[in-house]
Design a protein. Structure first.
Length: 671
C-alpha cells in the first residue's frame, strides 16, 4: 500500500532507495546467460556469469543449484565474437568449450572426469553443438578458424567432432557463417543455418538440411544439401529445430516479419520436403531475435504437433503455443515481458526459458501441457519457495518500481514510425513533483545499433525514476523486434535517424505532459554513445540539456578498421556506401571531426583499453572543448575496454551522471 504520508518535492530531487553502490554490488552476483536442456534425460543446467570469479561462465545444476564444473573451467566461446551456445548436455554428459584454450571438453556422465575431445589448436573456436542420438560420441558444431586473424580470412565451418578419438573433420564449408546445427531425433538428418557477407543474420540467412548415414568405421556421412528456406540478401530464415524425425520448425521473414514456419518430409526423403508457414495469415510481430548470440532461441517443441513460440509486441515478449496441424495459436499469459534462451523437448513434453518480469529479476521457467492440453507455467530457478531477500535491491517494495509503458509515434517530417518505452517517476515515499511541474527525463539510446531495449526490470533505469526523473528507452528506426522494414530503415541513416527519433520522441512526450523537454538529458553506450556525440555535434543547441557518452564511437573509419568478421561490412551498409564511395558522409557522421560544433555540456566516460574508440582522441576532444570555454569532462577508467566490467566503474559512472545531470539542470538532490 502506498504511504499516505507521501511527500511533495521537485522532480529529480527525490531521495532514492536505489543506490549506485547497490547496483554495482548486484553486478558482482552475476546473471543467468544460457540454458542447457538434456533432450535425453530432461535435466536442465544453467550458465551463470561470475564477475567475482574473473568473469568466468559457470555451469549450474538447475535443481540442486550446485556447480557442475570446478572453478578452473570457463564455459564460454567467442564464435562470431558475441559467443553463446558454449555447451550442450546430452544423456548426462556435458560437452563444453573452455575459454582458456578454446578446446572442447566433456564431463562424463556420473563422474568427475573432464577430458578434451578436440585437438590442441588455440586458433580454433567452437560453439553450438549437437550430439548424435545414436552414436553419441559424435558431435557437430561450429568451428571458427582464426589461423589468419584478418576478418576477411577467418574461416567458419561445421565440424564433426569424435569424442572418442579427440579428432575433428570438416563436414560443411563455403558459407561465411553457420549456426544452429541440429540432428533429428532419430539421427537420420541434420539441419543448420548459414549466411554470407556482406549480410548479418538479421539481413539474410538460409536454412539447409541433409540426410545422415552412420558408417561402419564409427563415423557418419551426409547426403546432398537441401534448401529449406531463406535467400541471400533478401530473406531471413533462422532458428531451426526438430519437432519430430520428419518435421522441423523455424522462423522466416519472407512476409516482412519473422513468423513461424515448418518443413515436413517423408521418412528418408528430405529432398522431397516442403516448407510452409504455420499460421494461415501472417502475424505482424517478430518471432525471435537475430542470431547475434548463438543461443537466444525463441521456440521449443512441446510435442510432435505443438510448439511454443515467443514474439515481440511493443518491446515485450508474447508466448504462444502453435498447433502445427490446424495452423492456430493460443496466447499463454505470463508475468514475463522478456523471454529468451528457449529450449524444448517434445519427448518430455516441456519447454524451458529465461523469463524477466517488469518488477522482478530473471528466472528459469518451464512450460508444459496438462493432461487436458492446457498450458502449465512454473518457475524452476530460483524456486518460488525461496525466502524473499531481507536486504539489497531484491528486498525493495514493488511500490518503488516504475513499469514501462510503450508508445508508438508518427514523427515529422516524413511520418515515420518510432517506438519508445516511457517510465514515469515513481517512489513510494513521494506523491509527485511541484504544482504544474513536468519531470526531467533521462533518454537512453541503446547500442547495437540494431538492438532492442526490452521492458524488463533494469535497476539502472529505476535509479533515475526513483529520484523523480522520467526515463525513456528509444527503440529508434533500425531496432529489431518491429519487422524487417523498420529494422532496415537505419541503412544509410546511422547517426541521423536514430538521433532524430530520440529528439522528436521527447518533444511528443512533452506535448503529452509526461516530460519536460527543456530538461531532457541523454546517455548511451557504444552505438548509443555515438548517438550522444552525434546529438552534440549535429542537432541544434538546446535539443538536449546535456549528454553522457559511454565508450561512444567517434570515428567511423576507425570503427570499420577494427570490426571483426561478424560485423565486417556494418559501417558500409549503415553509412550508405564504403569509405571510398562516400568518404564525405563518413567524415560528416564522425563526431571526432566536429567538436567545435558542440554547444551542450558533455560528459565522456571512456576506458583506456578500448580497442574500438581511441581514448587519446576523446581526451583531445574534451581538452579542446575546455579550451574553448565549454562545459566538458572526461572520466578515463583504467583497465576498462569497450564496455564496463568492473563494479567500481558501474558505481562511479552512475554517481557521476547523477551529479553531472543535477548540476546542469540545477537540481539539488537530497542526501
Amino acid at each position: 500500500m502506498t504511504n499516505t504520508l507521501c511527500r511533495i518535492a521537485a522532480f529529480g530531487t527525490w531521495k532514492s532507495p536505489v543506490t549506485a553502490a547497490e547496483i554495482a554490488a548486484q553486478s558482482l552476483t552475476g546473471g543467468l546467460e544460457d540454458i542447457y536442456l538434456d533432450k535425453a534425460s530432461s535435466e536442465v543446467y544453467l550458465a551463470q556469469n561470475r564477475p567475482d570469479e574473473n568473469g568466468r561462465s559457470a555451469v549450474v545444476d538447475a535443481v540442486n543449484r550446485k556447480d557442475v564444473l570446478g572453478k578452473q573451467w570457463n564455459t564460454r566461446t567467442r564464435v562470431h565474437e558475441y559467443g553463446g551456445a558454449a555447451a550442450t548436455l546430452y544423456d548426462g554428459s556435458l560437452y563444453f568449450s573452455h575459454f582458456g584454450d578454446n578446446r572442447v571438453y566433456v564431463k562424463v556422465k556420473g563422474t568427475n572426469e573432464v577430458r578434451p575431445i578436440t585437438p590442441e589448436q588455440s586458433s580454433h573456436r567452437y560453439a553450438d553443438f549437437t550430439v548424435h542420438p545414436v552414436r553419441t560420441n559424435l558431435l557437430v558444431g561450429i568451428c571458427e578458424d582464426h589461423s589468419d586473424p584478418h576478418p576477411a580470412r577467418v574461416v567458419t565451418t561445421l565440424a564433426l567432432i569424435n569424442a572418442e578419438t579427440s579428432s575433428t573433420i570438416t563436414l560443411f564449408f563455403g558459407a561465411d557463417f553457420y549456426a544452429c546445427p541440429r540432428f533429428s531425433p532419430d539421427g537420420t538428418a541434420l539441419v543448420w543455418q548459414q549466411w554470407w557477407h556482406p549480410d548479418m543474420p538479421q539481413q539474410s540467412a538460409e536454412i539447409k538440411v541433409a540426410s545422415v548415414t552412420l558408417t561402419a568405421d564409427g563415423s557418419l556421412t551426409v547426403g546432398d544439401t537441401v534448401h529449406v528456406a531463406g535467400k541471400p540478401t533478401e530473406v531471413v530464415a533462422q532458428d531451426p529445430e526438430w519437432t519430430s524425425p520428419t518435421s522441423l520448425h523455424f522462423i522466416c521473414d519472407v512476409n516482412g516479419y519473422l513468423n513461424p514456419w515448418k518443413f515436413e518430409f517423408s521418412k528418408n526423403d528430405v529432398g522431397g520436403g516442403t516448407a510452409s508457414p504455420i499460421f494461415k495469415e501472417p502475424i505482424l510481430e517478430e518471432f525471435g531475435a537475430p542470431q547475434w548470440w548463438l543461443s537466444r532461441h525463441g521456440s521449443g517443441a512441446l510435442s510432435d504437433t505443438k510448439v511454443a513460440f515467443t514474439s515481440f509486441r511493443n518491446a515485450a515478449s508474447v508466448l504462444r503455443i502453435a498447433d502445427l496441424k490446424s495452423g492456430t495459436a493460443e496466447e499463454v499469459p505470463t508475468p514475463y515481458v522478456h523471454i529468451q534462451y528457449m529450449h524444448g523437448s517434445a519427448k518430455h513434453g516441456k519447454v524451458v526459458f529465461l523469463g524477466e518480469a517488469p518488477d522482478a529479476g530473471v528466472v528459469l521457467a518451464q512450460l508444459a501441457l496438462s493432461k487436458t492440453g492446457a498450458p502449465v507455467l512454473t518457475q524452476i530457478f530460483p524456486p518460488l519457495s525461496d525466502p524473499r531477500p531481507t536486504s539489497g535491491l531484491g528486498s525493495l517494495s514493488t511500490e518503488h518500481i516504475s513499469i514501462g509503458c510503450p508508445y508508438t509515434f508518427t514523427l515529422p517530417p516524413d511520418n515515420r514510425t518510432c517506438h519508445v518505452t516511457y517510465y514515469p517517476p515513481r517512489n513510494a515515499d513521494y506523491a509527485g513533483g511541484l504544482e504544474g511541474e513536468k519531470p526531467p527525463v533521462v533518454v537512453t539510446i541503446h547500442g547495437g545499433p540494431f538492438y532492442m531495449e526490452p521492458r524488463s526490470l533494469d535497476w539502472k533505469k529505476q535509479f533515475w525514476t526513483t529520484r523523480g526523473y522520467a526515463q525513456i528507452d528509444v527503440n529508434y528506426g533500425g531496432s529489431t523486434g518491429f519487422g524487417r522494414a523498420y529494422r532496415e530503415s537505419l541503412h544509410g541513416k546511422w547517426g541521423v535517424q536514430d538521433i532524430a527519433d530520440a529528439h522528436e520522441a521527447v518533444l511528443v512526450l512533452d506535448k503529452m505532459g509526461l516530460v519536460d523537454a527543456q530538461r531532457a538529458v541523454v546517455h548511451g553506450g557504444s552505438a548509443g554513445g555515438y548517438a550522444v556525440l552525434q546529438i552534440a555535434t549535429s542537432l541544434q543547441a538546446g535539443a538536449f540539456a546535456t549528454g553522457a557518452a559511454h565508450y561512444g564511437i567517434s570515428d567511423m573509419k576507425k570503427l570499420a578498421d577494427v570490426l571483426h568478421k561478424f560485423e565486417y561490412w556494418l559501417c558500409d551498409r549503415l553509412m550508405g556506401g564504403s569509405w571510398e564511395e562516400c568518404k564525405d558522409v563518413w567524415i560528416e557522421r564522425s563526431p571526432i571531426y566536429h567538436s567545435k560544433r558542440i554547444q551542450m555540456p558533455l560528459l565522456v566516460l571512456q576506458g583506456n583499453e578500448d580497442t574500438v574508440i581511441n581514448a587519446e582522441q576523446m581526451i583531445e576532444m574534451v581538452k579542446e572543448l575546455q579550451a574553448l570555454g565549454k562545459k566538458a569532462e572526461l572520466l578515463l577508467f583504467e583497465g576498462e575496454g569497450h564496455g564496463w566490467r568492473k563494479s567500481s566503474t558501474v558505481r562511479t559512472t552512475l554517481e557521476k551522471e547523477l551529479s553531472w545531470f543535477s548540476e546542469v539542470l540545477e537540481l539539488q538532490n537530497e542526501p
